[in-house]
Design a protein around this ligand. Structure first.
Ligand code: GAR
Length: 210
C-alpha cells in the first residue's frame, strides 16, 4: 500500500470520507499520517479517533517564510515514509519548490468544476455567476493554484433558492464520493501524471463521478 499523508486546516469532513474508505482491506492507500497547519483543526480529532498519527505543524510562526514552513512539513513527511500527499481542505498555498518535489505524488480537492472558480469563495461566486452546474474537482497539484491536471470531477445542479450553505452542502456530498475514488486511483497508479497530463486506467466513467 502507498503510504499517504492527509494535510488539513480545519473541519476534516473529507478526511473523514477518506478514513472510511481506507478501512476497506483492498483500499490501495494507507492513511499513515495527518498533518494540520492549525492546532485547532477539528479534523485532528477525527484522525486520532481513527488511530492515525496526527501532528500539527503550525504555519503561523513562520509568517511569510513559506519555505521554512514547508521544510518543517517535508521533514515530517519524510520521517513517516510518505509517498503520496493529499490536500484535504489545506488552506496554505505551497511554493513551487515543494510542489515540484511532490510532482505527480500530491493531489488536492477543490470545491468547483475547475477551471471555473479557482481560489476561494467558490460557492458564492458560482451563485453570483448564475451557473446552472457546479461541483468539485480532484487534481494533481502543480505550481499554479488550482490549475493541476484533473483526475475526477462531479457536477451538481444549482437549484432555485440555493444559498451558499445549501450549495456547499450539495457539493460537499460529492466531494466525499470522488475524493476516496481519486485517491485510490492515484495510489494504485490507475491515475498518473505523464507529460503533464493525467493518464487514467480507471474503468468507471473516465473520472466523471456524477
Ligand atoms: C472542502 O470543501 C474543500 O473542497 C475545500 O475546503 C473544504 C474543506 O472541508 N478546499 C479548498 O477550498 C481548497 N482551496 P473539510 O475540512 O470538511 O474537508
Amino acid at each position: 500500500k502507498r503510504r499517504a499523508a492527509v494535510l488539513i486546516s480545519g473541519r476534516g469532513s473529507n478526511l473523514g470520507a477518506l478514513i472510511a474508505a481506507a478501512r476497506h482491506p483492498a483500499y490501495p492507500a494507507e492513511l499513515a499520517l495527518v498533518l494540520s497547519n492549525r492546532a485547532d483543526a477539528a479534523g485532528l480529532d477525527r484522525a486520532r479517533e481513527a488511530g492515525i498519527p496526527a501532528e500539527v505543524v503550525e504555519s503561523r510562526p513562520f509568517g511569510r517564510d513559506r519555505a521554512g514552513f514547508e521544510a518543517a512539513l517535508g521533514a515530517r513527511l519524510e520521517a513517516a515514509g510518505i509517498g503520496l500527499v493529499v490536500l484535504a481542505g489545506f488552506m496554505r498555498v505551497l511554493t513551487e519548490g515543494f510542489v515540484a518535489a511532490w510532482a505527480g505524488r500530491m493531489i488536492n480537492i477543490h470545491p468547483s468544476l475547475l477551471p471555473a472558480f479557482p481560489g476561494l469563495d467558490t460557492h458564492a461566486r458560482a451563485l453570483a455567476a448564475g451557473v446552472r452546474l457546479h461541483g468539485c474537482t480532484v487534481h494533481f497539484v502543480t505550481p499554479g493554484v488550482d490549475e493541476g491536471p484533473i483526475i475526477a470531477q462531479a457536477a451538481v445542479p444549482v437549484l432555485p433558492g440555493d444559498d451558499e450553505a445549501a450549495l456547499a452542502a450539495r457539493v460537499l456530498a460529492q466531494e466525499h464520493r470522488i475524493f476516496p475514488a481519486a485517491l485510490a486511483w492515484a495510489a494504485s497508479g490507475a491515475a498518473r501524471l505523464e507529460g503533464g497530463r493525467v493518464v487514467l486506467d480507471a474503468p468507471m466513467a473516465g473520472g466523471a463521478l456524477a
